[in-house]
Design a protein around this ligand. Sequence first.
Ligand code: DGJ
Length: 727
Amino acid sequence: MLENNLIVVTGNQFQLNTKNTSYVMHNENGMLTHTYYGKRLPNVNHEYMAKRCRYNGDFQSNISANLPTLDNALLEYPVFGDGGITAPALEVLNSDGTNFAEIKVTGYNIIEGKPKIEGLPASYAEEGDNVKTLEVVTKDEVSGLEVRLYYAVFYDFDVITRFVKITNGGKNAVTLLRALSANLAFDNKGYDVISNYGTWAKERQIERTPLAHGATSVYSNCGSSSHGANPFLILAENTATEDFGEAVGMALAYSGNHRMTADLGRYGVVNMSAGIAADNFRWNLNSGESFSTPEVVMSFSANGLNALSQNFHKIVKNRVCRGAYRDARRPVLLNLWEACSFTFTEETVKSAADICAELGVELLVIDDGWFGQRNTDHCSLGDWYVNEEKIRGGLKPLCDYVNSKGLKLGIWFEPEMICPDSDLFRTKPEWAMKINGRKPTETRWQLMLDLTNPEVCDYIYSSIANILNGANIEYVKWDYNRTMAHIGSAFLKADQMGEYYHRYMLGLYGVLERLVTDFPNVLFEGCASGGGRFDIGMLYYTPQIWTSDDTDAVERAAIQYGTSFVYPMSSQSAHVSVCPNQQTGRSVSMQARHILALTGSFGYELAPEELTDKDKEYIKDFIKFYIENYDVFANGKYFRLSNPHTDEYAAFQYELNGNVIVGAMRLKTHAINLQTTIKLKGLEPDRVYTDVKTGDTYYGAQLMEYGLRINAASYTGDYQTVMWQLK
Ligand code: DGJ
């Protein structure tokens, strides 16, 4: 019987336990070495495992019979300059120009629950949670640099989260050149790296490659977590599938530049690491000052990738997302962007509200174009006052009208931006991010605001607060539509410029924190030209994020599949739009579009007045079905039943307390359809499940081992989509 001991320290051994996993480290004469991360172990002495990487404790003479070089050691937090060739987690620049540091364990503390990370988003523990934190204190006795490594153990979640706090306890200033959140060293068992790549409208495409020697990195240097390199990385045994085999994942709670790396060294040691990208990162630490890294969320699964994703889903949904809408049902929304772009008036909104009320839509969202002179995307970002030529009388009467129809009203902002053609730029040109004497690059006719400047952050806060206080706005879409370039600041000093990217993130998180605190009942949705900033950092403030600007159901199958590796379905906004689709020109059935949008934040992106009576009837019924089964979509276990990149079908399943909903879209049509069944997962083998529509009954074992039969006769042609509901 394994005891429920979250943190067990015996002699020189630290053992962390979650329900199904253990994480073991040893203090080898001051050097913290990694011993094990995997399936749950008994709380016994594991030192024989540590022997293969035993470090003789003498930094100056690390050549011994057991240890050819430090590359063979499994170091918990490698520091540059120690003689190893692998990428370090920490690199400092001392005031004497050297880069060396030598951190040795000096003590540890066990903290009930989990400490906050000042100014940064992070997972949290609630009262009654089985969560404890181990703080390992290490110190460089010569320079006085203190490095504290934190491990929060979420017992019931099978998750360990980590961050590092570095304090300059010496007299002289130190500059941090690299300060990663975590490093995880282990022996290569033959791993595959599972990562993602993407672009605008094609986010989080999953890629699986064998781990090769050298560093494999997913990284972003564009200022945001990006469309192209979401901050997560998974290492899986190369035989692992969705349902079998070992896999370990790391996801970074950060929305800025990052680097997620798997580095296979010459002695077969893998160093997996996560943190702020070291490129163009410098942080000055004067005597007495501290720096905290972002948090990394880590999980291990012995039962394949789907179980690993479910661990991430559970922690992100329940202990990262916050606010009223963490648990409350999210309203079915209709966003007018694809329907109207910049051309609408209050009449458009009112007539949309009339129809939405009839359909059962619960929240109407006015997207870009309601403010300043914003009739195109060439101007006005920063001028957050209502354009009364479009919305006569302002937002209040319009909001009252929408509310009188039983709907909530939501509104779009792009708060971090400034257009050169704006009143804000004309009065405060120094608030723009730009380099003196150089022409800044505009993207979509806009520059970014300098969020390192607290005055700018105050302006953003009060602009949004004014609008929210002036009318009953219950939803905010927080957009972000360009990458950072020409980093310059009228506010920071020259020697702080290496701190720019991270200071920007601290500014952004600070504004978001004030807003979610002061407007606790507003639903904030993140967006960055679609899903360009879809990360655990943003989900701390915005429990849902616009997954992609690509609303084509077929494209969404792959995008939502990739996003589901870490992020819960409730965090993925998915909307039904019109056909031919605006991004791809493809047409698929109303049914296909609805089924593929079935996540915990379902909605529409179309002009309600263009709907036919038949469409309206379909929508009414579907919204009713969605709301009735909301709990299954938002809180059920999500199973990937196929890989849409390679399989004939894009298929998924939700399961909650015996309620099962399965969706499948046929992606490839052949004269002979080779796949005739879809196997379900996670059911009770002896339980009888009834198809709600047909009344047919099946044993769980039948559904999991043989599967649901796809009716080949009526199920022909590309993109035919079916849904089953079983109870
Ligand atoms: C990009 C977003 O992803 C879209 O949904 C829309 O809000 C536009 N910006 C508006 O400019």
